[in-house]
Design a protein around this ligand. Structure first.
Ligand SMILES: CC(C)(COP(=O)(O)OP(=O)(O)OC[C@H]1O[C@@H](n2cnc3c(N)ncnc32)[C@H](O)[C@@H]1OP(=O)(O)O)[C@@H](O)C(=O)NCCC(=O)NCCS
Length: 311
């Protein structure tokens, strides 16, 4: 058999990142190229080296991206390495290349001092080999019988509303389990890579004060809620934002991931059904992480990871 040279390392140029976009585009035939352009090229929180590649005789054949993030776990802030865009060229599969890169990425995450890794997948048993465990989440299917126009609601405007949105987000999400700690750089970058429908980013104001927001994405016959937040535990704000989305789009069905705790936010106003989802996995990489934190992250329907933060 012909000897091949195998090299594993981080990307070191924009040209290599574009090669990774080409690779992901070839590996995921159902996902549009535009998705990878956003994800690989527009996230300013990433270093070129965070996109890990395996080269055979100098050509990139496999990729894994490591997303440096920090999550809230109640009062603690935990540094994590999210994993995404795991891909091998169709002609090079089954040779262990993705496996080598995943191991390299976990080492890379440990070297950066991060304590755990997370990913979403449909091939859970593949990732179990590397120490990942599946977390049970739930998707709620909400029915909003009647859309309504609310005068307190307007479209998000980056220049005027960003500071308010950040404050509402921080108040709502610090102290939860798994939500991302976001600074302004992350927010601005996320607007570029999230793929949300900009017209469905709505903000609720009362007496001139911003009280809540919602971000969403249109699908064929339903709307995905990417995230929401509101002040003062005021669940009515959430209900009105949903009604407004329904009014704007003429769509009554909404889907969102919902923790057990958050069911309270919707069950007074809307009828809904729940479906289990096993697409989320965690790998603990640091023995010093307390059992309490691990248990909170592993508990069924406890983890709150907004879809706008996907990797
Ligand atoms: C998944 C993928 C990255 C694996 O790349 P690879 O270089 O062939 O990976 P390896 O050689 O290390 O391992 C191959 C393993 O992946 C498993 N695998 C690949 N696709 C799979 C699928 N759709 N369902 C279940 N297992 C799958 C193979 O069964 C094989 O398992 P084994 O090690 O027990 O034999 C590659 O198949 C790919 O690019 N797929 C399309 C994109 C994708 O689905 N990425 C993962 C997103 S979470």
């Amino acid at each position: 058999m012909k000897d091949v040279s195998v090299e594993i390392r981080g990307c070191n140029s924009k040209a290599e990142l574009i090669e990774v976009v080409d690779l992901c585009d070839a590996a995921f035939p159902k996902t549009p190229r535009e998705y990878f352009e956003r994800h690989v090229l527009k996230d300013k929180t990433l270093d070129e080296k965070d996109t890990r590649v395996l080269l055979i005789d100098g050509k990139i054949v496999s990729s894994v991206q490591v997303f440096p993030r920090t999550i809230y776990v109640q009062k603690e802030k935990i540094k994590i390495g999210g994993i995404g865009n795991v891909a091998t060229l169709p002609t090079e599969r089954g040779k262990g290349y993705a496996g080598l890169l995943i191991k390299d990425s976990l080492d890379y995450i440990i070297k950066k001092g991060y304590t755990l890794s997370m990913l979403t997948t449909s091939i859970n048993n593949y990732y179990e080999k590397f120490g990942f465990q599946t977390i049970l989440r739930t998707i709620a299917n909400i029915n909003c019988n009647e859309g309504k126009n609310h005068k307190e609601i307007s479209q998000f405007d980056k220049t005027n509303d960003l500071k308010n949105i950040i404050n509402i987000y921080n108040g709502f999400n610090s102290g939860k389990i798994g939500t991302i700690v976001r600074d302004e750089k992350y927010w601005l970058s996320q607007f570029e890579f999230s793929g949300e429908d900009k017209d469905l980013f709505l903000i609720y104001e009362s007496k001139g004060e911003a009280m809540g927001f919602i971000r969403a994405q249109r699908k064929d016959n339903y709307i995905t809620i990417l995230e929401y937040a509101f002040n003062d535990n005021n669940t009515l704000v959430f209900a009105k934002l949903i009604e407004e989305l329904s009014y704007m789009t003429d769509i009554n069905e909404f889907k969102l991931f919902l923790t057990k705790e958050e069911e309270e936010n919707i069950n007074r106003r809307f009828s809904f059904s729940l479906k289990d989802e096993k697409d989320f996995m965690i790998c603990f990489l640091d023995n010093s992480l307390s059992m309490k934190i691990k248990n909170e992250l592993l508990k069924d329907r406890n983890l709150n990871f907004w879809q706008s933060d996907f990797f």
